[in-house]
Ligand binder design. Structure first.
Ligand SMILES: Cc1cc2nc3c(=O)[nH]c(=O)nc-3n(C[C@H](O)[C@H](O)[C@H](O)COP(=O)(O)OP(=O)(O)OC[C@H]3O[C@@H](n4cnc5c(N)ncnc54)[C@H](O)[C@@H]3O)c2cc1C
Length: 609
């Protein structure tokens, strides 16, 4: 039997009946309807005014008969009935409080003077439900069998069709027909408590019409989850963002006082700092926190066979790791993961932290009836530090008694060992394209590991780097990233991840992938270089001969190759170095060309040294 919680204003109460604490909250919301306005009444037959949003005033308007409807998302929200929606409440209206929106009305009257002189026919104040990011929360609830939600639907009139279609496809076909990540309930985890939900939902309501810039991180509900080195990195000038509730460093300023950034579409002041971080990693030695990577552990006599079926790639031997795509039945991407084999019955999957609950849901679905595999999401049990750069082996050798020479500790080796005097899983792998190691320890050991790195790395001039430097370096290597370039909108063959597939075995999605392999994909993930001083931020149009042929999935500045780069799925016939492309950035078209091989270390020799 399946349960769908589509309880709207009562979703919280319904959820609690099943032990689910949804982070949604109703917000009071006002709009008013004017009396007839002469200019509207005299419009020619069949002509209507367009619906409008004024982003500065936070107001919206729509023609309502011969008058206007005027609504506003006021800058100070009023969450309603925090303790729960009364059973006796019948979608009633609330007492209007015009004082609360008086300043917004003034702005509206300034913008549309006819509103200021029109009489008010009706004032409405009603509660409607918001989620922490304003999007619906739809889909199977991770960790609870056969429980679905369709909640947090704040704009029900316009969203209901999509929500219903998504649920129907998911139930009947096993997966939605398009990537619905933005409304998947799995994008939240246990960090999304009801209290946090009120804070973030209020922020979302208040920012409903406020522009969020590509480099901007929103301030409310922060430090919900931190690691033990949060204060240390803050002291070093870390500028933070939160991912799946956890703070992680974006870049490092010179000091806490220097750690600020204005919202902008253009290159921000972080640009030069990130350049220094990239230079340090490329030429010497960098360290970064890796607490926000997901870690899934599988143990038991059936673990290898289970993983071999859900992953499309090759299973590693003892002490080794492999990259592997994971597919949906349709052959679309469901994950790009690193699988590690510790011994016959112990495996780890490392992957995207934001996707951890989505993946947990997938694993649990396929583990139904399997009794020889024990699975646990260990993400919060491992907080790591990665070291990367030509001098990272020297640093590692000072932190451990193990032989870390290239022959003894090879590229893609994993060791269950001691690093910096604490128990650690150490993987020789890096997303920077340099020689590098990811060191995972239990959270209570992370501070000790940090201090050891600081101490023994002093004369090596180890520099801390953040997520922006990492994203810059992976672009230079032409590596895609989950939620951006790799997601269920794209298939195995389109993404190029077929490179890692073991075609000599059965795996989920194989039939669809084989079918596509036979004919070849019509588009393929590509890197392009753009002539621009303003880097892309995602979703920009890619043009060829005046026609839009694709859109940008991710991009930014490649600091060591000194080029503005982006990733996009190009029609295969256009993947040629002579193809002339244009990318529309902030309303202007910029010339672009296809990058045929990674701009940085195309042979990959540096990380294998
Ligand atoms: C003032 C105001 C203005 C709005 N303006 C717009 C707009 O312009 N555009 C727009 O798109 N949206 C607008 N909305 C929002 C829209 O009304 C909601 O998004 C929509 O109603 C949400 O639909 P829902 O089905 O998710 O929840 P609801 O409409 O709240 O429906 C939930 C249903 O679940 C039922 N239920 C509860 N508990 C149980 C139970 N235990 N068993 C069985 N049934 C149960 C309830 O009786 C109810 O029928 C506005 C809302 C307000 C208040």
């Amino acid at each position: 039997e399946h349960i769908v919680n589509a309880g709207g204003l009562w979703a919280r109460e319904l959820g609690r009946m099943s032990g689910i604490h949804l982070p949604v909250v109703p917000m009071e919301h006002h709009y008013l309807i004017t009396d007839e306005i002469d200019q509207i009444a005299s419009l020619p037959e069949g002509q209507r005014l367009p619906s409008c949003i004024d982003f500065e005033a936070n107001i919206y308007t729509r023609q309502e008969s011969t008058g206007m409807l005027l609504g506003t998302y006021e800058p100070r929200s009023t969450p309603w009935s925090l303790d729960g929606t009364p059973q006796t409440f019948g979608h009633d209206l609330l007492e209007p409080d015009l004082d609360r929106i008086a300043d917004r009305l003034e702005l509206a009257f300034e913008r549309i003077p006819a509103l200021g002189t029109a009489g008010i026919k009706n004032t409405i104040n009603g509660p409607f439900v918001f989620s922490p990011d304003g999007n619906p929360m739809v889909g199977p609830v991770p960790g609870i069998k056969n429980y679905w939600t369709a909640v947090g639907v704040m704009a029900g009139f316009c969203q209901a069709g999509g929500v219903g279609k998504t649920l129907a496809e998911w139930m009947i076909e096993g997966e939605p027909s398009v990537d619905v990540w933005a409304m998947d309930i799995a994008r939240f985890g246990d960090f999304a408590t009801p209290q946090w939900g009120v804070i973030k939902s209020s922020e979302n309501y208040e920012r409903r019409f406020v522009m969020t810039f590509p480099n901007e991180t929103l301030p409310k509900g922060r430090r919900q989850k931190t690691t033990s080195i949060y204060d240390r990195l803050t002291q070093k000038g870390a500028v933070w963002q939160d991912t799946f509730g956890l703070e992680n460093a974006l870049w490092f300023a010179d000091s806490p006082e220097d750690a600020y950034e204005d919202p902008t579409f253009h290159r921000s002041r972080s640009h030069d700092y990130v350049a220094k971080e990239v230079k340090a990693v490329r030429e010497n030695l960098g360290a970064s926190e890796v607490a926000s990577f997901a870690n899934h552990k599988f143990t038991g006599s059936g673990a290898r066979a289970f993983l071999d079926r859900i992953l499309a790639g090759h299973m590693p031997e003892h002490g080794r790791v492999n990259l592997s795509p994971m597919l949906l039945e349709s052959g679309k991407l469901n994950g790009d993961l690193t699988v590690a084999c510790i011994d016959d019955e112990t495996y780890y999957l490392f992957g995207s932290s934001v996707a951890q609950n989505m993946h947990l849901r997938w694993f649990e679905k396929h583990l139904e009836g399997v009794d020889d595999v024990i699975y646990k999401n260990m993400t919060d049990d491992f907080h790591g530090i990665a070291i990367s750069g030509p001098n990272s082996r020297e640093l590692l050798s000072r932190l451990t008694r193990e032989d870390v020479s290239s022959d003894a500790f090879k590229f893609r080796d994993i060791r269950d060992t001691f690093i910096g005097g604490v128990p650690a899983l150490c993987v020789r792998l890096s997303f920077t394209g340099e020689l590098g190691y990811e060191i995972y320890v239990a959270p209570q050991y992370q501070l000790k590991l940090f201090e050891e790195i600081e101490e023994v790395g002093k004369d090596l001039d180890v520099k801390w780097f953040g997520g922006r430097a990492l994203m810059s370096m992976r672009l230079e290597k032409s590596w895609g990233a989950w939620t951006l370039d790799f997601r269920p909108d794209f298939t195995l063959m389109e993404s190029g991840l077929d490179f890692f597939v073991n075609w000599n075995k059965d795996f989920i999605g194989k039939d669809a992938a084989l079918e596509e392999k036979k004919n070849g994909p019509s588009k393929h993930l590509s890197v392009i270089e753009i002539e621009t001083e303003t880097d892309v931020s995602g979703d920009e149009a890619v043009m060829h001969n005046g026609k839009c042929i694709s859109y940008i999935t991710s991009g930014g500045y490649g600091h060591s190759v000194e080029k503005s780069l982006a990733m996009t799925y190009l029609p295969v016939e256009l993947i040629d170095e002579d193809t002339e492309l244009e990318v529309e950035i902030l309303g202007e078209f910029h010339q672009a060309s296809v990058v045929m091989k990674p701009l940085y270390d195309p042979s990959g020799s540096k990380m294998r040294e």
